[in-house]
Ligand binder design. Structure first.
Ligand SMILES: NC(=O)c1ccc[n+]([C@@H]2O[C@H](COP(=O)([O-])OP(=O)(O)OC[C@H]3O[C@@H](n4cnc5c(N)ncnc54)[C@H](O)[C@@H]3O)[C@@H](O)[C@H]2O)c1
Length: 355
């Protein structure tokens, strides 16, 4: 993708820029010679030590719901906005549905209003493949086949975000792009109660616990390495053809949960193995797979990292940052909740694996 020097000399705003995707995107755009990368993040699910340091990166601790914070960052007239801040993710939204709607609904509305006011060159929104496709969507998921029968508040509000970006595009000509990520993993995601399965498996594995697989392990996911997501986002910021479109960013490959868990244990040398718990209804869909034909066509997108190499890189990041990770990881207890997982089966048909 030949989009890289387009960011040189530009001012770029990344909401949620301290998070997993945001920290990697901020670092990359700073390296590409942006005049300034502004990170607006309230650190609700991220940590200051994880924010990339560079002369052209400015971190502003603030909330996307706070007009003062928004005025401050939009006064800098960013040409590009990557809106990644979110209340993350499914279980968190089930536990805190109103907060989820505030951040993911009112939050994006506010950021879009400011973006429209100053006339940004591009507004890229981080939507979710597991959010907008449902049990009634055909796999591999193609962009036109979304569902309005969703199963968590997070899925509802990630779709709502797309409805808002489309509205701003249709009425005000804001050049928006909806990026639908699939199961992002890689360096930068700190494990925790509401985080994804891969960082949590590394954490449990490195602390000598059996990995809790809910189901029989034959379930598959379309795990996508964060650098591939970043490459797709950079192209979305530049390519004219992407404007007004929703585009999947996945790996278009599926991998079994059991294989992922075994690889994690092999990498860490954990001999505690795995433990099975009954499949949560969350995991009702045994497969999750993207079609990336549209991304290939419009963005020249091509995921480059193999799954196993991505896991190795993730493990390296865990080893190199272990002190910070261990201090920051927030869980209800020092062991995975094998028993409590069984009790969660009253949630119906939610299909994004998270432990
Ligand atoms: N990670 C995935 O697998 C995945 C999949 C699909 C979609 N997404 C979406 O991609 C985006 C980035 O995901 P991520 O994995 O980096 O998540 P993340 O939780 O690591 O990053 C989100 C960031 O937003 C910040 N934030 C939350 N509420 C805020 C607020 N009110 N004001 C300012 N900052 C706030 C958090 O502190 C965090 O740093 C999110 O919008 C997420 O919904 C992620």
């Amino acid at each position: 993708m030949n989009v890289l020097n387009e960011y040189e000399g530009e001012t770029v705003l990344i909401t949620g820029g301290a998070g997993c995707v945001g920290s990697n995107l901020s670092r990359k755009i700073a390296e590409l010679g942006a005049e300034k990368v502004i990170i607006l993040d309230n650190l609700s699910s991220a940590y200051e030590w994880n924010i990339p340091q560079n002369d052209n990166i400015q971190f502003i601790k603030g909330d996307i719901l706070d007009d003062n914070a928004l005025k401050r960052v939009f006064k800098e007239k960013p040409g590009y906005v990557f809106h990644l801040a979110a209340h993350f993710a499914n279980q968190n939204s089930v536990d805190n549905p109103e907060k989820d709607l505030m951040v993911n609904g009112i939050g994006i509305l506010k950021v879009l209003q400011y973006a429209q006011l100053i006339g940004v060159k591009r507004f890229v929104y981080s939507s979710s493949g597991c959010g907008v496709y449902g049990l009634d969507s055909k796999m591999p998921f193609e962009e036109h086949d979304i569902s309005i029968s969703l199963h968590t508040p997070y899925q509802v509000t990630k779709l709502l975000g797309e409805l808002y970006t489309n509205y701003f595009h249709n009425l005000y000509d804001v050049p928006v792009v909806n990026a639908r990520f699939f199961n992002v993993f890689g360096p930068g995601e700190v494990p925790g109660k509401y985080r994804n399965v891969i960082p949590n498996f590394f954490y449990w594995s490195m602390t000598g616990n059996a990995l809790p697989i809910t189901g029989d392990g034959s379930e598959t996911r379309d795990w996508t390495y964060v650098e591939d997501i970043v490459a797709g986002l950079l192209a979305m910021g530049i390519k004219e053809e992407a404007i007004g479109e929703a585009i999947n960013l996945g790996s278009a490959k599926d991998h079994r949960v059991i294989d992922m868990a075994n690889t994690v244990n092999e990498l860490t040398g954990n001999e505690k193995g795995i433990r099975y718990a009954p499949r949560r209804n969350w995991d009702a869909k045994t497969k999750l797979l993207s079609s990336i034909e549209k991304a290939e066509k419009l963005l020249d997108y091509k995921p480059r990292m193999s799954f196993n190499d991505g896991l190795k890189k993730t493990y390296e990041w865990f080893v190199n940052n272990w002190d910070n990770i261990e201090r920051s990881a927030e869980f209800d207890s020092k062991e995975p909740k094998y028993v409590k997982l069984k009790q969660m089966s009253s949630n119906k048909n939610i299909n994004c694996l998270r432990v």
